[in-house]
Design a protein around this ligand. Sequence first.
Ligand code: 3PG
Length: 396
Amino acid sequence: MIRTLDDLDAAGTTVGVRVDVNSPLGDDGRLADDARIRAHVDTLSELIERDARVVVLAHQGRPGGDEFSTLESHAERLDELLSGPVSYSDAIFSADAREAVRALDDGEALVLENTRFYSEEYMAFEPSAAAETHMVAKLSSVLDCFVNDAFAAAHRSQPSMVGFSTALPAYAGRVMETELEVLGNIDETATPRVYVLAGAKVVDSIDVARSVLERGLADAVLTAGIVGNTFLLADGVTLGAASASIVNDRSADAVKRAGDLLDDYGHRIYLPRDVAIERGGERVELDLSELPTTEPAMDVGSRTIAAYADVLEDAGTAILNGPAGVFEEELFAYGTKELYTAATRAEYSIVGGGDTAAALRRLGIDDFSHISTGGGACLRMLTGDTLPAVEVLDRY
Ligand code: 3PG
């Protein structure tokens, strides 16, 4: 069983709370999108209002990457959003940082520095070894318990994700609780159940497709984006050099795996009927019979959109992950916009998070039953895998 905030006697206790506020940053290095921060407001404000002393742990970016930064602007945003005062420490577990934790009063919050500034945080550990890392051991000495609300990082077995939950009494936060409830009970949602697998995560999407088809969860799998192009190649369609290279860059054996899936479950897998390319600065749609072309396929075409929209509107449950095309360019946002809008008319709709959620915010579509905060974590759950950070919580 997983304990939740309902099981926690919060008043006067010092609670470490792992959140996932890994966010896009602007050119000035400050937050460009606060959606992931807002997602955790319920958990953090609830703890503050229940008089806990809240110590926030989170990562931002990856070492060496453009978005690897401090959490200073995240802390400032939390101070604006939360119901109690929020301070910031530019260290994670130094003597000063631990002193700042000890100095907290009931109903106050402290954001510690980016956990990935500590080198071991970017490594995978068994839970018991994670509990003995410097960061977890030092900080656990000033914490009474731990709340994991970082569903979006729950597929990582990094020290802050599995170590604190092993070293301390551990609870799921409200985001984690909701995600597990929705994504863990897909088999109970209304049928027909339709999966839209799109975007660029080709291998992950093929894994999801195989898993949900094998487990009898999917009545239909609609493919689009680079995932769709991969299935078209597997079906013998010659897309043209440019599109084919997009697919091949991502994974050498993806086409073969897509082909195997078509052999096994082809009757339940839908392939694009047409594609949109850019020619002379215009959107031009080509039927499959007009391929190959030298221009890359940037979106699905209107015939695909109409066919997929029919299936989605009649769905009991629509589960979508990834954009149907290069939605960042106005000419090619059409497929993504239309398919996701059609999915809002299904009885129940679930959208995979990460880049997809950001795309939908940009397109102004948000009328879904559930938008996951997780990208990779959501895909992993959809394949039926257990997530390491959830496994360690599930021990009561
Ligand atoms: C995400 O954005 O998917 C999570 O924050 C995990 O980040 P990571 O892929 O860098 O571990």
